[in-house]
Design a protein around this ligand. Structure first.
Ligand code: AMO
Length: 453
């Protein structure tokens, strides 16, 4: 029998290790290094070649010189996976402050066919039709700018998780196959579940409320499925929902307050740890703004503000159109220097059966949306926790409480005043990175026309 030797010292073969060692003064000009990566681009001149190599986060420059390097550059091409043995050549003109002169280069594997798109050419990638970019996702994701957006997704989820852990929230895993819709409405994907009808979950709503009875503060990061038939630049049929729910709240203000803390933490974390990706997508020197204040306005007042600005009467008093949201976002950015605005007290008619009505005016609910640069990124609010009140609201809506036995079980056996909200990951990333389409903010978008790759 043998044991796994897991305590071996780390091999320094990632460019980031080399950068760190150079910065610490442990590696000097001329020192030997080994580094792994994929050949991103090659530029050959006579007796000389620049070989740009892509590591998980950085593209760095290696230099091949005839006579000095032991390999023939003609044996290599884009997307070859290589291990390079070389030496450091300190050079102020290089982006990293050094290049790597190739002494030896070993090909581990490489493409067997010409690539259908030129991964390393940002200009060509930018000009590709979105559909082509998505059809070729396996390799378009390797483009540094395209993959930068995916790393920002990582940062947003990480910030959500880290911040909630710091406030004592517990992460749980909701089911994705369920017996009934969570939000009402017909936008459900049906699944054949051993001959019975089941659905892909629209939202972990019921499960996160149940978990309030268990942990009091609970959250999950999980896909939500919506069989919505429209095709817009802000809707996906599968999106990642960052959900939280908390009990013993004093008011629904508590929920907005924690969302403010999460967003401030998220923006700071991205600025500190994801600066190269932000710059790649937003432009040199660009960062996310510092969040210091978070305006909130009642739904009815926001409608009025918009109507006044347009010199018209309020239209559709129970909903906000995408144009209105956009205008409200612009208004708060201009007047209050805030990319974020909370819109509170949505009309009861527009909110699901679980939303708590405002005792001061039951036409409205103790709920809110959060807009980021004029796009809804969050819906949330206080829920009904009293069993009889919940049953009554269902009846008023023509719903049969008997069909909601599982949902009502938590109310029946005692729930604290509680509430929560959900942030749509891709919409957050879309807005932070100023992307024209939410599909660019997810590695493998699912929409009416796309279930591949
Ligand atoms: P809602 O349905 O508003 O609320 O969804 C919450 C957030 O999820 C995102 N989102 C979407 N993103 C991309 N494509 C879609 N089709 C899509 N639909 C929703 C948005 C939205 O703000 N259970 C409630 C949340 C709660 O009250 O806790 C819910 O699901 O960013």
């Amino acid at each position: 029998m043998e044991f796994v030797a897991f305590d071996k010292p780390r091999k320094l073969d990632d460019i980031q290790d080399i950068i760190d060692q150079v910065a610490a003064g442990n590696l000097k000009d001329g020192d030997s290094v080994t580094v792994k990566g994929s050949i991103h681009r090659m530029k050959e001149m006579s007796g000389f070649a620049f070989v740009n190599v892509r590591s998980p986060r950085i593209v760095f420059q290696c230099i091949w010189e005839e006579g000095k390097s032991q390999v023939n550059i003609k044996d290599f091409g884009a997307e070859d996976c290589v291990i390079i043995q070389g030496s450091l050549v300190f050079d102020e003109r290089s982006r990293l402050g050094f290049d790597i002169r190739i002494d030896d280069m070993k090909k581990l594997s490489g493409p067997v066919e010409q690539l259908p798109i030129e991964i390393s050419n940002d200009r060509k990638i930018d000009k590709l039709q979105l559909n082509t970019l998505l059809d070729q996702r396996t390799i378009s994701l390797r483009n540094p700018k395209v993959r930068a957006a995916m790393r920002i997704c990582d940062g947003v989820m990480r910030a959500f998780r880290d911040y909630l852990a710091s406030e004592g929230f517990v992460e749980f895993v909701p089911p994705k196959i369920v017996q009934a819709g969570a939000e009402g409405g017909a936008d459900l994907f049906e699944v054949d579940y051993f001959g019975e009808k089941a659905y892909l979950n629209q939202s972990p709503q019921m499960y996160k409320q149940i978990m309030v009875g268990v942990f009091n503060k609970a959250y999950c990061v999980a896909p939500a499925f919506r069989a919505e038939k429209h095709s817009t630049n802000r809707h996906l049929n599968e999106y990642e929902s960052l959900d939280l729910e908390m009990g013993f709240i004093d008011s629904f203000q508590d929920l907005m307050e924690i969302e403010c803390r999460i967003l401030r933490y998220m923006f700071n974390l991205l600025n500190e740890n994801y600066a190269p990706e932000l710059e790649m997508l937003l432009g040199r020197g660009r960062k996310l703004p510092e969040l210091t204040k978070f305006p909130q306005i009642k739904f009815a007042d926001a409608k009025e503000l918009y109507a006044q600005a347009q010199g018209r009467k309020v239209t559709d008093p129970i909903d906000l159109s995408p144009d209105e949201e956009k205008w409200i976002g612009e208004y708060f950015l201009k007047e209050h220097d805030s990319p974020i605005v909370f819109i509170t007290h949505y009309p009861s008619k527009k909110r699901p059966f679980y939303a708590m009505d405002d005792p001061a005016d039951p036409r409205y609910t103790l709920s809110f949306d959060c807009l980021l640069y004029g796009l809804e990124i969050t819906t949330g609010g206080q829920r009904i926790h009293d069993y009889h009140e919940q049953v009554e609201k269902m009846r008023q809506r023509g719903m049969d409480p008997a069909g909601f036995e599982d949902y009502l079980a938590m109310h029946k056996y005692g729930m604290p005043p509680h509430g929560g909200f959900a942030l749509g990951l891709e919409r957050v990333v879309q807005k932070l990175l100023e992307l024209d389409n939410v599909r660019r903010a997810t590695a493998f978008p699912r929409d009416r026309e796309r279930v591949r790759p």
